[in-house]
Structure formats: structure tokens, C-alpha cells
Design a protein around this ligand. Structure first.
Ligand SMILES: NC(=O)c1ccc[n+]([C@@H]2O[C@H](COP(=O)([O-])OP(=O)(O)OC[C@H]3O[C@@H](n4cnc5c(N)ncnc54)[C@H](O)[C@@H]3O)[C@@H](O)[C@H]2O)c1
Length: 430
């Protein structure tokens, strides 16, 4: 039996725990050799799960950079603003890098990561998980097969989900740009990456974007509402009540996301969730938080050859992150509703449907995109094992190019103007 790929988990939170679960299902393919996380609860939980020695368990990623290289790869799952430094330092030490998205929070830092990986000769996978979703992967195959002819328009919607948005982008880790990143980068770098991918190498010429935060603000706080949902007399009429989102879930026995996230130092139960809502960020009134990221944003893009694309990210939806897409070509229209693809052929006027098998081995993952997460980590580990970067769908150059579109779109929104893109949307030609 060949030896597994040895990895170090940097950031043992939600995503680090998720990817490292691959080693439990396939111990012959991946072994967790080290862990770094300042949170005792998270670090010790993964340490016990993977039987990692004390000498390979750290409070901070810097301790790994100071040691001799002792694994093949690192899984960097730290918060958004803590991606660049470990990615650059550990790439330079010769580790292959799996890096959570967004790559980093500035264009310069993204470029530095890519350069460090290329110069060090290590592979980089950015966790654009949608690229590894088997049904979304079929969309590109269908475009390339020519069934819809030449593509002229892409329409893509990301419905974030009303309580998901309240959890992550009003009360939670991605609520405030200075602490994490702007919403388009944090939430929708996946989506602009897909649009860029479907555009198939055509250069983006110009980008415009509008968006704002106008609802989850102090001005919209109802009369008589308290600062915390546990103390609120009008909470019963509020769709975003933390009691409804978290306490009701744990009372029904649900301990997965988002409840698992709010009890960061203990196992979720009624007592720990109540305490988290009483004292922590997730118990705050959604109209009384320090949030500043957009709740809805649109992006328009024009690519070479007359291809246009329109993207929408919106908080106020029933669906959670189940993207909806339609792609319009000269011979037909492709539509995707989050679970099935339909292709309507203009000549025959017939519709063909496509699905994919989304099952994954074992109990891998807990989130809505566990199937895509599985294929992502599986591809990365196989790429490292076989020294074959072609197995990685979200490698350095294409990911950097699509991140540049995100920065260009945000520049357009902030500066209230169309941004004209240079060779790879990294500069402005006029
Ligand atoms: N690909 C996706 O679909 C997807 C989904 C959710 C989140 N993310 C991204 O994944 C990243 C992690 O998100 P998460 O939800 O797991 O967050 P999390 O807060 O659950 O985990 C982050 C962990 O990093 C640890 N950390 C902080 N400083 C550290 C340091 N110096 N050294 C080592 N570890 C350190 C924290 O203690 C925490 O446990 C973020 O960048 C997020 O945007 C990606």
C-alpha cells in the first residue's frame, strides 16, 4: 500500500475540520500530521480525532513556518485576513497549498501568493468549491460541446438566504469589511470565478457594479426592539430573531451549522446556545450590529466577442446558496436551477435534462456543498500524490484572474463608474 499524503491543518475551525474529515474516510490517502489553531477547543478536537502528537500541535501557523518541513501539504483555513501570510510563508517552505477562498483581501496579496507558489514550484488549490460540484462542472462540458452554440449571455444568481445572511454577514464573521472582506469577495468570488470560467478564456473588457446595505441598519430597528433577541418583546414578529435561528434548531436536536458555529468553545446544547445568545455576537439584534457589508449587489461584465454577463447576489431569499443560472447561446439555452440542467435546442425545440450523482463516500462534510468539498479535497490530494497539477480545477492563474474581476467590480461600485479592464483586468486601459 502506498503512503498517504501528509497534511497540516492551519485553522481548525469549520472548514479545517471539514476538509480534514477526508483523512478519516481515506486514511490510506491522507494523514493529518500537524494542526495549528489558537482556539484550544477546536485544536484539541482535531488533535484527538487525528491522533496528532503534541509536538506537532501549535497555537499559531508561524510555529509551522519556523520548523523544518514535516508534511507534504498545508490546508489553510484561517479567517479571510489571515490567508496571505501563511500561504506565502508555507509555500516558500515547499508545502503544496490548499487555500480557502478568498485567496486574500487585496489584489496585491493575491498576486503575491500566486508568485510565491509558482516560484517555489508548489501546487495551489483555491477552495472555489463550485468548480468541483459535479453538476456545475457539467455546465462547462456542455458549453464546450457546442450544444448551445456560441455563448452570448450569462445570467447568474446567488441567493444567499435570509437567515444565512443574518448569521454570517450581519452578526457573524463576514459582517464587517475591516475584519474580513467586502461581501462580493467573501461570498461571490465563487460566482465571478464561474462566470469567468464559462466565458472560456475570453478577456473581460469592462465591469460595472451597484450594491448597498440598506436594510440591516439601526434606522430599521423596530420600535420597542431590544439590543438582544433574548430580551426582545417584539422578537416573535422578527424573521431574523436569533431565538428562531439558533435556539429553535437546538431544541429540535439540531447541532449542525449554524448552531455549531456559535458555540465555538463547547458542544452546542440548549444551555450553551442560550449563553452564546446572551453574551456573544449571534444574540444581537440584526438592526444593532457593527455590520457594513452589502446585502445585495449586481455586477455586469462585458467580455470579448460580445459576451455579456449579469450577476446578482442577494440576501433576501428562501434558498440558501442554491445558484440559478441561464446561459444563452446561438443554438440554444442552458438553464440550471440548483439541482438539474436543462438544455433547450432552438432547432429541434426539444429540451434535454442533465443531472449528476451527488453522493459522496462515508459521512464526509456537513454543509450544503459537502459533495463539492469532497471532490475538491480529493482532487488536491490526488494532485499532490501523483505530482499532477492538472487534477486541480481552481489553480493559481485562473483563480487570480477571476479574483481580479471581483476587485474590479468592487472598484466600480465604490467609485460609481465603469471599470475598463487591462489584459487580465488588473489595470485600467482608459
Ligand atoms: N469555500 C467555501 O465555500 C467557504 C465556506 C465558508 C468559509 N470559507 C472560508 O474559509 C475560511 C475559514 O472559515 P471558517 O468558517 O472555517 O472559519 P472559522 O472561524 O470556523 O475557522 C477559522 C479558524 O482559524 C483559526 N485561526 C485564527 N488565527 C490563527 C492562526 N494565527 N493560526 C492558525 N489558526 C488560526 C481560528 O481560531 C479558527 O478556528 C475563511 O476564509 C472563509 O471565508 C470558505
Amino acid at each position: 500500500m502506498s503512503s498517504p499524503v501528509d497534511v497540516i491543518v492551519v485553522g481548525a475551525g469549520n472548514r479545517g475540520e471539514n476538509y480534514s474529515g477526508y483523512a478519516v474516510i481515506f486514511p490510506d490517502r491522507m494523514r493529518v500530521m500537524g494542526i495549528a489553531d489558537p482556539r484550544d477547543f477546536a485544536r484539541k478536537k482535531l488533535q484527538a480525532r487525528h491522533k496528532v502528537s503534541d509536538e506537532n500541535t501549535f497555537n499559531d501557523w508561524r510555529c509551522i513556518a519556523e520548523r523544518e518541513k514535516f508534511a507534504d501539504a498545508v490546508l489553510i483555513c484561517t479567517p479571510d485576513r489571515l490567508h496571505k501570510d501563511p500561504a506565502v510563508a508555507l509555500a516558500k517552505k515547499g508545502y503544496h497549498v490548499l487555500l480557502e477562498k478568498p485567496m486574500a483581501v487585496t489584489e496585491e496579496d493575491c498576486t503575491e501568493i500566486v508568485e510565491a507558489c509558482i516560484q517555489s514550484g508548489v501546487m495551489l488549490t483555491v477552495c472555489h468549491v463550485l468548480r468541483y460540484d459535479l453538476i456545475i462542472h457539467r455546465i462547462k462540458g456542455l458549453i464546450d460541446s457546442g450544444v448551445i452554440g456560441d455563448v452570448f449571455h450569462i445570467q447568474h444568481l446567488e441567493p444567499v438566504g435570509f437567515y444565512h445572511f443574518a448569521h454570517s454577514f450581519v452578526r457573524g464573521n463576514w459582517r464587517n469589511e475591516a475584519e474580513s472582506s467586502f461581501a462580493l469577495l467573501a461570498k461571490s468570488c465563487h460566482d465571478l470565478d464561474l462566470i469567468h470560467h464559462w466565458a472560456g478564456g475570453r478577456r473581460c473588457i469592462k465591469v460595472s457594479s451597484f450594491g448597498s446595505l440598506s436594510y440591516f441598519t439601526k434606522e430599521n430597528k423596530p420600535a420597542n426592539a431590544a439590543d438582544r433577541c433574548l430580551d426582545c418583546r417584539v422578537e416573535g414578529d422578527c424573521a431574523y430573531s436569533a431565538k428562531k435561528i439558533y435556539l429553535d434548531q437546538v431544541k429540535r436536536g439540531g447541532v449542525g451549522w449554524p448552531v455549531s458555529v456559535i458555540c465555538s468553545n463547547s458542544v452546542p446544547d440548549i444551555e450553551s446556545v442560550t449563553e452564546a445568545l446572551r453574551t456573544g455576537p449571534y444574540g444581537r439584534c440584526v438592526y444593532e450590529c457593527d455590520n457594513d457589508v452589502c446585502s445585495n449587489q449586481v455586477v455586469n461584465l462585458e467580455f470579448e466577442g460580445g459576451l455579456t454577463a449579469a450577476f446578482t447576489m442577494v440576501a433576501f431569499t428562501e434558498e440558501i446558496c442554491l445558484r440559478k443560472t441561464s446561459i444563452h447561446g446561438s443554438k440554444g439555452e442552458l438553464s440550471y436551477n440548483g439541482s438539474e440542467i436543462k438544455v433547450f435546442d432552438f432547432l429541434t425545440r426539444k429540451t434535454t435534462k442533465y443531472t449528476a450523482d451527488m453522493r459522496v463516500p462515508g459521512n464526509f462534510g456537513t454543509g450544503g456543498h459537502s459533495s463539492a468539498d469532497y471532490h475538491l479535497i480529493d482532487s488536491f490530494i490526488a494532485a499532490v500524490k501523483h505530482k499532477d497539477p492538472s487534477r486541480i480545477r481552481s489553480g493559481p492563474k485562473e483563480t487570480l484572474a477571476s479574483h481580479k474581476l471581483v476587485f474590479a467590480a468592487e472598484r466600480s461600485r465604490l467609485e460609481n463608474r465603469v471599470v475598463y479592464c487591462g489584459d487580465s483586468c488588473d489595470g485600467e486601459s482608459q
